[in-house]
Design a protein around this ligand. Structure first.
Ligand SMILES: O=C1O[C@H](COP(=O)(O)O)[C@@H](O)[C@H](O)[C@H]1O
Length: 259
């Protein structure tokens, strides 16, 4: 697994714009090198702000959206038209505005979808989607995602893997149903930490003082049971993209001047 790298931006707006630019560059490079790319999206304020910035950027047209496989790291198990749904927010922020191939947009089921309110069936179905897209070189049932975007909570959750919850102890399954989440909505579907660690690059995006303790603990060797985000690592790269407030409890990282 890769060591963590940290980049701090002066404010949340700069972080979102710079992460969007970084995403364009990386996706274009990947498509040039291997023909297509895969990207795992996150919910949460910072992840959606990055997609919003991407939509506004003229450089977005450099990406061949038709040759991009899109997945989600977690989903709130609510009806498809619920504003809380990560997929709905991502579509409104970006996906409805770029020519993605619908067959390559791999969303998790909604609670009014084909599995009804059976969240276990929804999780199992997504595990099958991942397995169907894994290649021989991935050595398992999860694709080697090129880039995975993740957010985090102040208590240390990432995707929908919460501290001390059953999901954080999962070692076999790639996707699990999550119930009784401390953060609403309470029922979710999430990739597990072993599935997250199949990604080549993991980018952890967060802003705000409320995340500063979790960031500092994760970067100082906290255990993943108490702080799941500490277990989110990419095989090639683990990149933390923070604003000054989220990085406020880190010493020895470069802090940019206030913009
Ligand atoms: O509920 C969720 O929250 C986290 C973080 O969200 P934020 O708004 O505090 O940045 C996110 O990573 C996750 O995907 C989402 O479902």
């Amino acid at each position: 697994m890769s060591e963590s790298e940290v980049v701090v931006y002066a404010n949340p707006e700069l972080l979102a714009a710079a992460a969007a630019a970084r995403l364009v560059t990386r996706l274009v490079d990947l498509q040039a090198a291997q023909g297509s790319a895969s990207l795992v999206l996150t919910g949460g304020s910072t992840g959606i702000a990055v997609l919003d910035q991407l939509r506004r950027s003229p450089a977005r047209d450099a990406v061949d959206w038709s040759r991009l496989d899109l997945y989600w790291g977690d989903e709130r198990f609510v009806p498809a038209d619920d504003d809380e749904r990560n997929e709905k927010q991502a579509r409104e922020a970006l996906l409805d505005h770029v020519p993605v191939d619908p067959k390559r947009v791999h969303a998790m089921a909604a609670s009014d979808g084909e599995f009804g309110d059976d969240v276990d069936a929804a999780a199992d179905a997504y595990a099958r989607v991942l397995a169907a897209h894994a290649r021989p070189e991935d050595h398992g049932d999860v694709p080697g995602f090129d880039i995975m975007l993740l957010g985090l909570g102040g208590e240390g959750h990432t995707a929908s893997v919460f501290p001390e919850s059953p999901a954080v102890y999962e070692t076999e399954r790639s996707v699990v149903a999550v119930r009784n989440c401390p953060k609403p909505p309470p029922t979710r579907v999430s990739l597990t930490l072993p599935a997250i660690r199949r990604a080549h690059d993991v980018w952890l995006l967060t802003t705000g003082e409320a995340k500063a303790d979790a960031v500092a603990l994760a970067l100082s060797g906290a255990g993943e049971v108490q702080l799941p985000v500490a277990g989110a690592r990419g095989r090639r790269r683990t990149l933390w993209l923070l604003d000054r407030a989220a990085a406020g409890k880190l010493s020895h990282v470069y802090q940019p001047p206030t913009a």
